[in-house]
Design a protein around this ligand. Structure first.
Ligand code: SF4
Ligand code: SF4
Length: 269
């Protein structure tokens, strides 16, 4: 007994200080990409051809990278001899609107908070029902991690609950397979209004690696209205946490903490 208490005292406080303090993220983290179309030689399509999900495009507006389709595999980086695409360790990538996820050299705007009425309801207490709509389970694993002592999602009043009847909204992972479409619709209908929907991971945003397959629906947006998109394959738990806190306006100017390591895209002028 005394030994257990002593080891607990020795272990100390394990919960991350985020968002008050910047997170310690590894240099290997593949976060927010930076796209520099000025480096592209005329007619070059090397990155477009290398991308397995058609996330990179070169059109009349130049080079664009769709974070909602991106698997963060970095095949485009290896294919580009000019270094027009690079990935930083910036974890903050959530957006309120799907079109905001297409990067064209500029840095992604931070996700806006809910409107005043919704914030009054959910800012201090948000219950979410998780719907796994046919993904590979990695996104679900990173959502589950948020309940551990390190992230401690509960300290923000956010909780994953068992029933949609007890929920304020849905957190959806997976591309929405044909077999899950009706279940997702029924779960959405069972949540009392007003409600919010959060799409987590490339699958739930666009279909991800399954995009275009006849047995899935290219993401949650095809079935229910989505209020927050969180990119990644899977997203880092801090990317998910940051998106949720931005939606709930829990990241005030003094509480915005970026990636501790170099190459933070949000800090790029
Ligand atoms: S990192 Fe993203 S954009 Fe680049 S090749 Fe992979 S999926 Fe495509
Ligand atoms: S987005 Fe990637 S990690 Fe998440 S369910 Fe789809 S394939 Fe798996």
């Amino acid at each position: 007994m005394w030994r257990i208490l002593f080891s607990r005292l020795k272990q100390g406080h394990r919960t991350a200080a985020y968002p008050v303090a910047a997170p310690a993220l590894p240099d290997r983290l593949r976060g927010h990409p930076v796209v520099d179309p000025t480096r592209c030689p005329s007619g070059c399509q090397a990155c477009v051809e290398a991308c397995p999900t058609d996330a990179v495009r070169v059109d009349d507006q130049g080079l664009g990278l769709d974070l909602g389709r991106c698997l963060f595999c970095q095949e485009c980086v290896s294919a580009c001899p000019e270094g027009a695409i690079r990935y930083t360790t910036e974890h903050r990538m959530a957006a309120r609107r799907r079109e905001e996820l297409v990067l064209r050299g500029a840095v992604l705007e931070r996700a806006q908070a809910l409107d005043a009425k919704m914030l009054r309801l959910f800012r201090r207490s948000l219950k979410l029902r998780q719907v796994s709509a046919g993904g590979c389970n990695a996104c679900e694993a990173d959502v589950n991690v948020l309940s551990t002592v390190v992230f401690d999602l509960g300290r923000f009043g956010i909780q994953v609950v068992a029933s949609p009847r007890h929920a304020d909204g849905l957190l959806i992972t997976g591309p929405v397979t044909e077999n899950m479409k009706l279940a997702l619709q029924k779960t959405y209908d069972a949540v009392p209004p007003p409600k919010i929907v959060i799409a987590v991971g490339a699958c739930a945003i666009s279909g991800g690696p399954y995009a275009g397959h006849a047995e899935q629906h290219d993401g949650a947006g095809a079935v229910v209205p989505v209020d927050l998109f969180i990119p990644g394959c899977p997203p880092h738990p801090l990317t998910i946490l940051d998106g949720l806190l931005a939606l709930l306006d829990r990241l005030g100017p003094k509480r915005v903490a970026g990636a501790a390591t170099s190459g933070s895209a949000m800090d790029t002028p």
